[in-house]
Ligand binder design. Structure first.
Ligand code: SF4
Length: 393
């Protein structure tokens, strides 16, 4: 399909309609509406409020409160009526723009917009829950990926601060079961798949799978999605259960693996113990060295505020030390994730027992700056915030 772009004036404002191979995008003044080619709303910006909608049907509302320090209001919309109002508004505004400009195109997405079928979107939410276990967490640069779940849960599942996979037993899918999963996902996405070029292999630690099995998972996916349409494969990995040789990792790179995300959390062994995460942190350096040698980039996640005020200094000092021993460059990312202590979590219990004081937002910002200032690399890695409450798929 050729990309079609039309620009019209309605009053003093410009309307732009862009229909491309990936999506339909309509803008009018400050308003923006983006739909995938199955007519699912994906991004909506109106009344100075951004809404992101996932395939699960979840909607996250975001609003910038200040840029320095970075502060955003983030809300997961749970109320069914509010969700429906947002969807209805988006379809109505998109329809109005199509009518006012007389935009006419045979692509089926236009029909979806005119129908604005909210019941269909509701049914899809149920279907999504049958196809996937909840996608509890994704790296921020992967929200628009296509996710498959060859593994469910986390093989370790004991970190004190992490409650993402407590609802499920760790398991691998057998190859036949995985093939059915891929068929169901591809079928569910329909033409909406064209918006998602990256493939994320969930859940927590896909590199834990035997390399041969991982290869079979990837080949199964490639039976359904042409290789040239896949920008790359991505997944999380821990650094304490996974051992893959550079040769194995090179093979994964040839199959299309592009980046692996590693939860380092801290370079400090004592803080690591508070997090109930196995060490030593130096093992993460070895994994990063092997990945980089194989040509796979990394995303390293640091847990800001871990250990509270009592461990502030050593967390910064030893995290910087570990980050500087990793062969990072501009293809890699260092993510700063602010610790969110969940009610009833093991971390909360340990923190109370040890008398740890949580950092304020300002102290967390300062900790991020101190770690950033300590990073010394010729071509510095990208450095960004990772807000776990933002995850949407
Ligand atoms: S932080 Fe990672 S390794 Fe630890 S329990 Fe959670 S998913 Fe598993």
């Amino acid at each position: 399909m050729e990309t079609v772009k039309t620009i019209h004036k309605i009053g003093d404002e410009e309307v732009t309609i862009l229909l491309s191979t990936c999506c339909l995008r309509l803008t009018y003044g400050e308003e923006v509406y983006v739909f995938d080619l199955e007519g699912r709303p994906v991004f909506m910006y109106f009344d100075r409020q951004l809404y992101e909608r996932g395939l699960s049907g979840e909607i996250v509302a975001k609003k910038w409160l200040s840029v320095t320090p970075p502060r955003r209001h983030l809300e997961r919309i749970r109320d069914r009526d509010v969700k429906d109002r947002i969807l209805r508004h988006s379809f109505e505004r998109a329809r109005w723009m199509l009518e006012e400009t007389g935009f006419d195109h045979p692509d089926p997405v236009i029909n979806h917009i005119y129908r604005g079928d909210i019941q269909r979107l509701r049914k899809e939410e149920e279907l999504f829950r049958r196809i996937y276990r909840p996608i509890s967490i994704l790296p921020p640069d992967q929200y628009l990926s296509l996710v498959f779940q060859p593994l469910e849960g986390c093989p370790y599942n004991k970190c004190s601060f992490c409650t993402f996979y407590r609802d499920r037993e760790f398991r691998f899918k057998g190859l036949e079961e995985f093939r059915r999963h891929v068929e169901e996902v591809v079928d569910f996405l329909g033409r909406g798949i064209s918006m998602r070029h990256r493939i994320f292999l969930a859940d927590a630690n896909t590199l834990f799978a035997e390399t041969r099995l991982l290869r079979s998972y990837i080949e199964t996916i490639l039976d359904y999605i042409p290789r040239q349409e896949v920008e790359g494969f991505y997944s999380f990995s821990d650094y304490f259960t996974v051992y893959k040789t550079v040769g194995e990792l090179r093979m994964l790179r040839e199959l299309g693996y592009r980046r692996v995300y590693i939860g380092l959390e801290t370079g400090d062994p004592q803080v690591l113990r508070i997090l109930s995460k196995p060490g030593p942190p130096e093992r993460s350096v070895k994994l990063v060295e092997r990945l980089k040698e194989a040509g796979i980039s990394v995303g390293v996640i640091i847990l800001i505020g871990a250990g509270g005020r009592e461990y502030y200094r050593q967390h910064v000092k030893n995290t910087v030390k570990i980050l500087n021993s990793m062969p990072l460059d501009r293809r890699d990312i260092v993510y700063f994730s602010k610790l969110k202590v969940r009610e009833g979590s093991e971390y909360q219990r340990i923190a109370e027992e040890r008398g740890l004081t949580s950092l304020t937002e300002e102290e967390m910002d300062r900790q991020i700056e101190e770690i950033k200032n300590g990073i010394r690399h010729g071509e510095p890695p990208i450095q960004a915030i990772y807000d776990i409450d933002e995850t949407i798929y």
